[in-house]
Design a protein around this ligand. Structure first.
Ligand SMILES: [Ca+2]
Ligand SMILES: [Ca+2]
Length: 174
């Protein structure tokens, strides 16, 4: 009986969280997730991921927050479809500072733990059958030092592997 009760409770909690469709202010909703662009400060991969994870998601700000208890932390964006890539690219283009430095935005994809094994900051491995959008001849691990992916605005939002230490704008998602 206790098990049944626990399962019912679990599903009611899940149903409640999935029914919540509102993102906190300054976060933009897309297909049930919330996204935010950060252009200042520009950060390297590790600092950008820390920034996403430490970003306080406000709770109790309105009815939705108090009911839904946003306990998730954000990660650097995980992109799983062409629609999500287009959304991410468009968010970058609409919010970036004009100028040559602003042509790439950091996403959560890295192979720094094991060369050639691309993993999203949210934890999922980019296996062969999953969505990917590498530009021609990328990833090339140029000079043996390219382990973190960016979206290339000037190549229709295609991905390039670049060095992880460069400071860039980035997008967080939860
Ligand atoms: Ca690499
Ligand atoms: Ca590259």
């Amino acid at each position: 009986m206790k098990v049944v009760l626990a399962i019912v409770l679990l599903f009611s909690v899940l149903a409640q969280s999935y029914s919540c469709r509102v993102c906190p202010v300054f976060w933009t909703q897309f297909q049930g997730h919330c996204y935010r662009y950060f252009g200042n400060p520009r950060l390297d991969f590790d600092k950008a991921q820390d920034y996403c994870q430490n970003y306080a998601i406000p709770t109790g700000a309105d009815d939705c927050f108090s009911e839904c208890s946003w306990s998730k932390v954000a990660n650097l964006v995980t992109i799983e479809s062409q629609a999500e890539n287009n959304f991410t690219r468009d968010m970058f283009i609409s919010l970036r500072h004009p100028g040559k430095e602003g042509q790439q935005v950091r996403i959560g994809l890295t192979d720094k733990a094991e060369e050639g094994k691309w993993v999203w900051a949210s934890g999922s491995v980019l296996v062969e059958e999953r969505y990917k959008y590498w530009s021609d001849r990328q990833p090339d691990n140029k000079e043996g030092n390219q382990d973190c992916a960016v979206i290339w605005q000037e190549h229709e939002g295609e991905w390039d592997d670049q060095d992880c230490a460069s400071t860039r704008p980035f997008i967080c998602e939860f």
